[in-house]
Design a protein around this ligand. Sequence first.
Ligand code: NCD
Ligand code: ZN
Length: 368
Amino acid sequence: MSSGEHETRCENARVNPPADTPLAAARTLQLRQPDDWHLHLRDGAALEAVLPYTARQFARAIVMPNLRPPVTTAAAAVAYRQRILAALPAGLAFEPLMTLYLTDNTPPDEIRRARDAGVVALKLYPAGATTNSDAGVTDIRKTRATLEAMQREGLLLLVHGEVTDAEIDIFDREAVFIDRVMQPLRRDFPELKVVFEHITTAEAAQYVAEAPGPTAATLTAHHLLYNRNALFTGGLRPHYYCLPVLKKERHRVALVQAATSGNPRFFLGTDSAPHAAAMKEQSVCGAGCFTAPAALELYAEAFEAAGALDKFEAFASLNGPAFYGLPVNEGRITLKREPWALPETLPFGDALIKPLRAGDTLNWKMCP
Ligand code: NCD
Ligand code: ZN
């Protein structure tokens, strides 16, 4: 190995390039440690299998409550938090930020208990919109008193922004949600902090950029990297199937533009959603892309392709804490330009799981 090559290896990548090195040519990228503002960790053996990937990259994550049964009470969130911490490998520091699953019947009283238990947000799933969302909200008007309590107590509302009406084409469900739900919600609860989760359309990006009140959006790596062709390249590709489903190229371009714009309303949320490979590869395939094993590498690829690596730290590490009203992390992480192959499969309890891009070579690698 030549000394030149040696310099590119992770163990020597402690510093950013000199200030005059163009970022486009940078071999290393050092960032304040990021957080994942939208994550599915599951429970039991699945939790144990997937948690280390996230805890290695992120200091904190907003943990989705769509377990079976869903996490609907402060007590259940506290118990789930304990199970997550118990599953954390020794030596890894990680803070799960807990959420409750909003139902038609979440009592307004539960909001104070949730706040006192450290819960930071409630998740609105329109009933039937996605994986484990049967207990979701059937009509947002039923949750009015609870949303008022959240606005008062300072808990955030995280929304899965798709209508579930079978009459509406699946590719239009996010845009219709803006008119039917987001606009009235913003009007009726002007102080409520609302995160439009994993946005997938130009319409949602524009709405979030212009919306009144404290409004933000998370963006996944897969929606920044792929359009809906990825679902059908050479055959049906179940590992690219997630909800909201990938959209046309013009939407992907608008999402990249939003993520790299420097607008603090847009930040990182992987929506890493693990499902066993056998479950993805069958006649009815569950929705969700498992991106946690290479989340930051995938985002770096998207920012690099846009020539916007200089905007990556704000998106990954600064904008989310600012919106949630939390301090930024003190630690630093380093990504290195170093090709490596993502494994074909990874253990998942008694089963196997395939990460998005399984078997592919990635160009960025997070240093251990
Ligand atoms: C998520 C899951 O598997 O829990 N799936 C997905 O496609 N994103 C649910 C969700 O966030 O919609
Ligand atoms: Zn999700």
